[in-house]
Design a protein around this ligand. Sequence first.
Ligand code: S3P
Length: 168
Amino acid sequence: MSNQCIVLVGMMGAGKSTVGKALAKHLSWEFTDTDHLIEHQTGVSIPVIFEIEGEAGFRRRESTALASFVGKERQVIATGGGIVLAEENRALLKQIGSVVYLSASATELYQRTRLDKNRPLLQGPNPRKKIEELLANRLPLYKECADVVVETGRQPVYQIVNKISLAL
Ligand code: S3P
């Protein structure tokens, strides 16, 4: 495995932060989450950024946060689910390192996110349908970026970490 970073992409609820932390620990690398980086830089939560600057404002911040990892080494980076939407970001992902897509079904994603109030895109009247729509739109983009696809399903985190380590 090279010293380049490992970037985790996938939908909200795919387990990017949980798996990312465990993978970083396993490799003795640093772990960062682009959403946390943005919250740290602005001093406010993601829902507040959406409220004040709209999704477009958040996406600009997300691209800047991602670009800050170009040239870094030995970091596991968990990204927000929408990172693959911008073509600019998809090019950045490839420059930053190996891209791992954590895949999960709409049902699993809904189960894992349904009680969470921290995701502005899922606060509408039908979050289940919203997840299906987002997944359908984004799936080709996740696949386009990914060097490795790992199905998360009901597997324990350590198994997902082992699969990623073996695949890279
Ligand atoms: C988003 C996913 C969120 C966060 C924001 C938008 C998305 O991150 O970046 O709420 O568009 O899918 P997680 O994937 O970590 O929940």
